[in-house]
Design a protein around this ligand. Sequence first.
Ligand code: LHQ
Length: 258
Amino acid sequence: MTILVETGSGYRVITLNRPERLNALTVDMAEALMAALAEAEGDKTCRAVLLTGAGRGFCTGQDLTAIVDASADAISDLLDRYNPLISRLRALRLPVVCAVNGVAAGAGANLALACDIVLAANSASFVQAFARIGLIPDCGGTWFLPRLVGGARARALAMLADPLPAETAAQWGLIWQAVPDDRLMQEAHGLTARLAAGPTAALALVKQALEASAGNDLDGQLDLERDLQAEAAATPDHAEGLRAFLEKRRPAFGGGRS
Ligand code: LHQ
């Protein structure tokens, strides 16, 4: 099994599972991931996803042994298979936490960056390794990097292909937090459980609004916020949040849509 899926209370844990190859990606794996995300989204009891890797690495991008003799067309066909995974993660109507347990390289780094909240073990690193093999950052790298860390750092990361330690990645805003190795999974589970108990429909609308902001001017984004806020306001969780505030208690969000 190239990925493992565990169903917990309220969320699913998806583990990349080719530890002997530091979880390098194959098309089978990408397709299994897509299917697992679709299943998570289709399960009304699942309200968040936690993505991590088995063993000492998170994911080292494309399995290079599979592209040794690949033609240019085969490379572009491969990306046609991987790109839907990145789009799916961004559009998934569930929050996705990524626990980067070790090195995240090439497309593996950008797979992590496609998730909503990225935690990394202090010993982990992010490597835009592509230039080492004469390629360019793909799987969204050239979109995520300048937006997360600015143009100067994006260019240096992409051109030098040097590993960026997790703590620097957090300081630069590439990821949410770096945590001690022995606390990574505990922190990641805690965060995912917290999101799974959140206003799921509103969190999906947050994703939608933030994603759209990259292509909107302020007026366009204000219009979108008005429309999405109307959707959020119609959810039972909004009513529950207001009641809880007035009753001075913690809200019990059900996650349902209006
Ligand atoms: C691997 C890999 C790997 C195969 C470790 N493949 N075996 C491009 C083209 C087309 C479409 C899709 O997308 C892309 C984008 C990409 O993602 S291109 C790939 C970009 N990734 C890389 O270039 C990273 C390659 N890996 C490395 O540079 C190193 O493994 C790093 C620096 C990540 C970690 O180094 P170490 O900690 O020293 O581990 P290691 O290199 O010894 O790896 C352990 C094993 O895993 C080893 O196998 P072995 O049989 O010797 O034990 C590696 O060959 C294997 N492995 N990554 N991507």
